[in-house]
Write a protein that binds this ligand. Structure first.
Ligand code: CTP
Length: 398
């Protein structure tokens, strides 16, 4: 929660400014007060009226507005906040900050402040990659400015790459993490996600259809509640969330090693679709077609990461949450799986093709714990993640 915190939100001139309207809402929901500042060009993207209506406060726009100076000088304005958030932080704003320019209200506030500053950059991918922006980024990081994003994805200009502003909830998570608030602040949580790839030879591998969407959403939601998240991911389709520690792995064995190295944690959420088997010995040369017939693949069993962690002694996380991907008798199989694996909760879902859940954007889960089976309605994977993160927060802090 951000109750009684004051955020000075500087909205720069970028198409992503529309997301800052939602950011204001999200901050207010958490009890923060938001003092908005619009750069003159930002007014081309969002109106002062909509910004002030959402913030419930006056919008500051002009350095030479003497009424404002009489009410509250820019020095005081910059220091009365607990944090300054620049979203979107344009290439121009970053350049001014790095160069120490102070020729308008936003840049003057940023020069005059002694409070922490968090930037959420948003710009065209070429502009982000430009040596000048990268130089400015390094300078600002060295000056102690924090960054969230940018994310990778499709851009309003039609290009693809890093440059999209982080989503409002990711920015909120970064603010909460920096302020040490949020119900999970001070808690360290591990999340496994995505499929694993088990090599057959240097060019072929065994995999599964997991996109990593649910595990990614869970990691994002936990971070949004203030947790320090270690995110161990196989080769997923979706990009990793911002504001978490990302450990990329390929095989089940690598995932197991990364998980053990991340301990101790307060909670572990095992959302990865780990391959149960690997090749007994992967070939280091490409297998060739031969006259002797088809190749015979010999399997060996992979470590069961969830089971191993759930049965640990002193290092066992307080809460161990597994997932169960089933195609039939979901509750029955998942209940048996929970007992077999030794985890506290199992989040069971039906991944039979007709449900469209594996690889899709929705999920319908049943959470099985000591207190029985709790069936959740079908909803977006983000909503499932937010509800699960809240349940984890309740269990760890209640
Ligand atoms: N899991 C794991 N390590 C493995 C296999 C599975 O950590 N080697 C975890 C998954 O991340 C998930 C849970 O165990 O949280 C159940 O995964 P699932 O694939 O549903 O179960 P399996 O163990 O593969 O059991 P079965 O093949 O009988 O369905």
């Amino acid at each position: 929660m951000l109750a009684s915190k004051r955020i000075l939100l500087i909205i720069g001139a970028g198409i992503a400014a529309y997301k800052s309207l939602d950011l204001i809402r999200r901050l207010k929901e958490r009890g923060a007060a938001v003092t908005p500042v619009l750069t003159p060009a930002a007014e081309e993207f969002v109106t002062p009226l909509s910004v002030s209506a959402l913030a419930g406060e006056k919008v500051y726009r002009d350095l030479f507005d003497l009424t404002d100076e009489a009410e509250m000088g820019h020095i005081q304005l910059s220091r009365s906040a607990d944090m300054i958030v620049v979203a979107p932080a344009t290439a121009d704003l970053m350049g001014k900050m790095a160069g120490g320019l102070a020729n308008d209200l936003a840049s003057t506030l940023l020069m005059a402040t002694d409070t922490p500053v968090l930037c959420a950059p948003a710009m065209n991918v070429r502009m982000w990659d430009h040596p000048a922006t990268q130089r400015n980024l390094q300078q600002l990081q060295a000056d102690g400015v924090r960054f969230v994003g940018p994310n990778e994805g499709d851009m309003a200009c039609g290009e693809y790459g890093p440059g999209r502003m982080s989503e409002p909830l990711e920015i909120v998570a970064a603010i909460e993490a920096q302020m040490g608030s949020g119900p999970l602040s001070g808690k360290r949580v591990l999340v496994t996600s995505g499929p694993t790839h088990e090599p057959i030879d240097p060019v072929r591998y065994i995999a599964n259809r997991s996109s990593g969407a649910q595990g990614t959403a869970v990691a994002r939601a936990l971070a949004a509640l203030g947790a320090e998240v270690v995110f161990v991911t196989g080769p997923a389709d979706v990009p990793a969330p911002e504001g978490v520690q990302v450990l990329r792995v390929e095989t089940a064995q690598q995932m197991s090693d990364a998980v053990e190295a991340a301990l101790p944690v307060d909670a572990g959420v095992f959302a990865a679709a780990v391959a149960d088997w690997r090749m007994a010995s992967a070939s280091d040369k490409k297998l060739k077609k031969s006259r002797d017939g088809l190749p015979v693949l010999e399997f060996a069993e992979n470590p069961d990461i969830l089971k191993r962690i759930a049965h640990m002694g002193a290092d066992r996380p307080t809460l161990v949450v597994g997932f169960a991907a089933e195609t039939d008798n979901v509750i029955e199989h998942a209940t048996a799986k929970r007992a077999r694996k030794g985890c506290d909760w199992i989040v069971a879902n039906d991944v039979s093709p007709a449900t469209g859940i594996m690889g899709g954007s929705e999920n319908a889960v049943t959470v099985i714990s000591d207190s029985g089976a709790e069936e959740w309605p079908r909803m977006g994977k983000d909503a499932v993640a937010e509800r699960l993160a809240q349940k984890i927060a309740d269990a760890l802090t209640g």
